[in-house]
Design a protein around this ligand. Sequence first.
Ligand code: AMP
Length: 474
Amino acid sequence: MPRKKSTTKKQPQKKVQAKKATTKKKVVKKVDLKNVDPKKEKKKTKGPVYTTLRGMKDILPKEGVMWQHLYHTAEDIAGAYGFSYIETPILEQASLFVRSIGKGTDVVDKEMYIFEDKDGSKVCLRPEVTASIARSYINHGMHTFPQPVKVWYWGQMFRHDRPQAGRYRQFHQFGCETFGIQSPVVDAELIAVAYNMLRDLGIETTVKINSIGTPEDRENYIVELVGYLRSKRSYLSDESKKRINKNPLRVLDSKHEQDKAVMEEAPQILDWLSDKSRGFFMSVLEYLDEAGVPYVLTPTLVRGLDYYTDTVFELYTEDDEGSQSALGGGGRYNGLVGQLGGEETPGSGFSLGIERVANILKKQKEELEKQEDYKPEKPGGIFFAQLGEQACKRSLHLIEELRRSGLRVYHNLAKSSLKAQLETADKLGVSNTLILGQKEVQDGTILIRNMESGIQEVVDQKKIVNTVQKLLAK
Ligand code: AMP
């Protein structure tokens, strides 16, 4: 009996202990998760361990041809209009942009990739490049160069914006800047370069244009505008309400429908321009007429940045749903160089967003490929296939000889099967393939195979360059 008694007493105790142990185990598990070992995490995660950061993307080899085409189109048109290439660092002192773009703008207040460098100074990844080029103009005494100084650039910009279609955190811009001349023809030329580059690429755009006058014109206008906005405050979006005091000009191009309705009755900046600014603007429009660049006067267009004066413009395109997206923009910035500590120097420029342009070209290509009679363009080159170790060694010499003569030679020397190499040539879409086997190495010949008919011809290796050049010229 005493044994029995003790057993019955102990049993519930055991249960309690068991419960405690389970609870303890769970807690330990949770703590463990906090300090996840990257190796264990790798096993648990289904997808890849590393991906690009939000709003950033890789440009893949299959997109490479288009990106290179875009770059060369930009290079060609900028060169044709007499712009020289300039490149400035991606990392700059943060205050360069705060001072030029201005507080109260989205770019400065919300979107800058700003951080402390190892020496404690504030640096940032450039959100745009005009200020960097103005800095470079001052640093290198470009005011002593023959004026105007005309430069073009291509590179990555960084804005910590909310990613969405056509809006990334790292993106490319191509642009042109002209320093040192206060003339309406400069503005018209810049607009023509941007417009014609897009037209060359097969993209029709609408140029929206306005003048925001001199800083004095703007100050007078802002007083009038703020009065109007205050009188309509209750009809405005919350965002625009906040902007009345902070950056009232931005209310003009607000995307909110309720703001758009209020803006229809708003005072227009064109009515507040001084005679000089109005005359300047009229001349820009006349030059655009001469250059055959169509435009739409847009009184609500003010652009987001502080440094603009007089002419401002944006280039828009419409997608299938009829909604508009800005491919680029720019304007005159007479105060910028002075604002950054240089001599007062007039300037004007534009930038185009390359990702948005690339997206349009990609869509156009997809549409083209859907057409029944679509035939992909043949690449302008030849494939080189080789069989056996001797042939592989010899092919390096022959490929180089062809390349030096300006010919494009596709090859895959790591592959030994002829079938696999011919399949690659087929996929590439080349019209002809050179085939070098053991026998050809020994007798100094090479085969040329017509990929469509399959007919092969024997050619003397010494005549290979000439023969291929003739074939590709057909
Ligand atoms: P902005 O410097 O803001 O005048 O921009 C000029 C052009 O750059 C715009 O019209 C867009 O095409 C492009 N762009 C600006 N911000 C972005 C972004 N976050 N992502 C992709 N493209 C952009």
